[in-house]
Design a protein around this ligand. Sequence first.
Ligand code: HEM
Length: 535
Amino acid sequence: MTQPKNPPVESRGGETHQTAQDGAPVLTTQQGVPVSDDQNTLRAGPRGPALLEDFHFREKIFHFDHERIPERVVHARGFGAHGYFESNGELEAVSRAAVFKKGEKTPTFVRFSTVAGSKGSADLARDVRGFATKFYTKEGNWDLVGNNIPVFFIQDPMKFPDMVHAFKEEPDRGFPQAATAHDNAWDFISLTPEAMHMVMWVMSDRGIPRSFRFMEGFGVHTFRLVDAQGKSTFVKFHWKPKLGLQSVVWNEAVKINGADPDFHRRDLWNAIEAGAFPEWELGVQLFDDEFAKAFEFDVLDPTKIIPEEQVPVKIVGRMVLDRRVDNFFAETEQVAFCTQNVVPGIDFSDDPLLQGRNFSYLDTQLKRLGSPNFTHIPINAPKCPVMNFQQDGHMAMRNPKGRANYEPNSWGAEGGPRESPEKGYKSFPEPVGGTKVRARSETFSDHYSQARQFYISQTLLEQTHIASALVFELSKVETVAIRARMVSHLLNIDAGLADAVAKGLRLKEMPKPAPAAKPTRRDLKPSDKLSILKN
Ligand code: HEM
């Protein structure tokens, strides 16, 4: 690292003053007024009271007092980097999106994160990792807001606030943070059978990745791709790390958290600085209505995967992260991802969780970033023309040009932007209809089969890690009934696992299996490909 050359130092009455001699830029106020002394407030005499007219002091403190913005309500701790995505053209036939044209190179920004911990928490908590990518495409921004685990805890967005409350600090005591290892978290999980599949993944080595560079990413939900003729194909998105998948073991995670809580962010920073640019392949599982109808589970259920054995992953391009941020706050903190940011050729499915997310992100970002104009912040601004009649609001950097701020109007070429039936975004015309109900589809009700399938597809060592993680986590739960309730779910997944956990927790007696809406399918084959990527 090159050592900085410091500007000359002057000592005045024991104070250090660094001045702008030798070409250093002149320090100014926010109004651009040059500052003569940044060490002392303006006073009536050296020992007298401070003067209200000290605009430099008041402006400096005022700005400092307002430095903090609310941290993200989830995924508060994260780290980002810039890069690009290069398409190999494999999706040209199924999506009209420009980002998938052969050879198209699209700038990207990725933010990796933990979910439960606060902004200052440790990197190696056992947790899900966020893997959110913003593609600055020629047709607008597309955000693929994914995780490193391909399924989710809940099926309906109505449960999200409860889930997050249960995982975060308990309200009376304000701890523990960044941990599932406490009563509230396991109380909620054990009362939510749909969470069991995700629990297996989080308790597996995937919950403590070696670094962001060794993680997979998943869009989780089923999305749609739409071609130029309007034909739709269902899709699940996967990121596959070029370096392979690696995790630490729990003892390492605990030590690293103590010795270097910034382990993951430092790793990404250093790798990019050293020119070892991390790379992922973007893969897709494509399927049609026929497959969706015949599949054993509902493709709209975000607690299920589609095994790669049944629908292989096709590689459609690669992403390289080759540039660190210049300013952590301006970029990583202010970036605003949203599942509803899609471009022509990419559309939603009816997954209820996805549709809930489409509302939540924009709403929370207004609160977090303070103005509907957060799309004007450079990290969020599209890199293609943005033209509309939206105007004003706090911190507006971009307003309609000229006379017209409405349409239709009579101002011809001066009248501003117009609709484009050819180029514009068209929602896939999926026929919908039905009786209004507040209910879950019966096709979402098998909560154990894929949890079992995941567990039995692990190696013996990996299975031992899952059992140990469950024993460690549940041993922090003081309420014995909650521990027993979790074991009653494990009995529906694998009797050996339930037994190991019950013994590890010294349960006095084995509980009965939890009631299940559908019996666990034991005929599903263990498959290496279920765990998606093996070293
Ligand atoms: C962040 C809501 C499910 C991935 C967030 C944030 C909210 C939120 C409010 C903070 C955003 C911000 O302040 O900018 C929800 C809701 C969900 C849900 C309501 C379900 C109903 C999921 C799922 C995934 C996911 C299923 C993964 C597929 C992420 C990621 C971030 C995030 C990666 C961090 C984005 C960043 O790095 O800035 N979510 N989420 N979320 N969520 Fe979700």
